[in-house]
Design a protein around this ligand. Structure first.
Ligand code: NCD
Ligand code: ZN
Length: 350
């Protein structure tokens, strides 16, 4: 018999939709989410309220008619961000959060922050106005091992910034370590912190990228860590009501950009994310906690109501064959994240 589960429509609290031909190709694959926090790391980045408004219009135009998805925009924090523009954009409901990329940490982060002292006044204004800060939590120092960059970021940057800016609400984005899980948990009281977890970090550890041949489609940032960290993320994601929520970090790149001597970081998980999540929660006997992770904890952090409508996840007896393995964007292909197991689950509007 088919197993099924009805839950509030899920949201994606960390999504890359890109622009132009790529936006048109990928937006339909996230269209059945209720809301998504849209990452601002375009080239050039989305740094002003006006740019966020124009980007939101391009996203709306790329979505199928009647799609449930409502994009929640973010601004890209730079050392020259104007606090007044940012606070006004939030007060107008134009942006839901601000994104902090340490300069050089990941794809299109060159305009990010090098000197955290320079953004202290903006962070103070955000704390005052209740604008959440979404943080890419990795140090960029060349001497720090890439597998340690998240844990070192917590001690060297995140904790000092939070202490220096009382009241600043922070989302530690795409956490990949038990250290990230512990830090969010310890600091989550009164909604002071949240943590997003991606779909792919619940499925792969670093062996998927490096053992038995190099697999660039599993390379993303923060890079997947060793198995004990994946297990900590699974436990956090499945822990029910609390500070952890889904941010897929679905980050499409063309295959030609990924498959080269210096390939891009990012896993494109939008087309099969909910199927993968239902399967991993089911595997661990935690299907009853899926709704908290995908549909309740995120809105609670952002001070929003859960989506009013629902979706039904159904487990079929045979693998669902309709998930694409690649999609076409302009003249290029984009490979969809392969979880390494057949997918039996499918999401339908209830
Ligand atoms: C993201 C991208 O491609 O924009 N890449 C990734 O590996 N996750 C940027 C990011 O979120 O780090
Ligand atoms: Zn991202």
């Amino acid at each position: 018999m088919n197993k099924s589960l009805t839950l509030r429509r899920p949201d994606d609290w960390h999504l890359h939709l890109r622009d132009g031909a790529m936006l048109n190709a990928v937006a339909p694959h996230s269209a059945d989410f209720g809301r998504a926090i849209i990452m601002p790391n375009l080239v050039p980045p989305v740094v002003t309220g006006d740019q966020a408004r124009a980007y939101r219009d391009r996203i709306m135009a790329a979505l199928p008619d009647g799609a449930p998805l409502r994009p929640l925009m973010t601004l890209y924090l730079t050392e020259t961000t104007e606090a007044a523009d940012l606070v006004a954009a939030h007060a107008d409901g134009l942006i839901a959060a601000v994104k902090l990329y340490p300069a050089g940490a990941t794809t299109n982060s060159a305009s990010g922050v090098k000197d955290f002292d320079k953004v202290r006044p903006v962070l103070a204004a955000m704390a005052e106005a209740g604008v959440p800060l979404c943080v890419h939590g990795e140090v960029t120092d060349a001497e720090v091992d890439i597998f340690d960059r998240e844990a070192v970021f917590i001690d060297r940057v995140l904790d000092p910034v939070r202490r220096a800016t009382p009241g600043l609400r922070v989302v530690m984005e795409h956490i990949t370590t038990e250290d990230g899980v512990a830090y969010v948990r310890q600091n989550a009281a009164d909604g002071a912190m949240g943590g997003t977890i991606t779909t792919h970090h619940l499925v792969i550890n670093r062996n998927a990228i490096l053992a038995g041949g190099f697999r660039p489609h599993y390379y993303c940032l923060p890079v997947a860590k060793r198995e004990k960290h994946r297990l900590a993320l699974r436990e956090a994601a499945m822990s029910g009501p609390g500070p952890f929520f889904l941010g897929t970090d679905s980050a499409p790149h063309t295959d030609s950009a990924k498959l080269q001597p210096c390939g891009c970081a990012g896993c494109f998980t939008a087309p099969n994310t909910m199927a993968i999540l239902a399967q991993v929660f089911d595997e661990d006997g935690k299907l009853d906690q899926l709704e908290a992770f995908t549909s309740l904890n995120g809105p609670a952090f952002y001070g929003l109501a859960p989506n009013e409508d629902s979706v039904t996840m159904t487990r079929h007896d045979a693998p669902v064959e309709t998930y694409p393995t690649t999609i076409v964007a302009g003249d290029e292909t984009v490979t969809v994240f392969d979880p390494g197991f057949p997918l039996y689950w499918q999401m339908e509007s209830a």
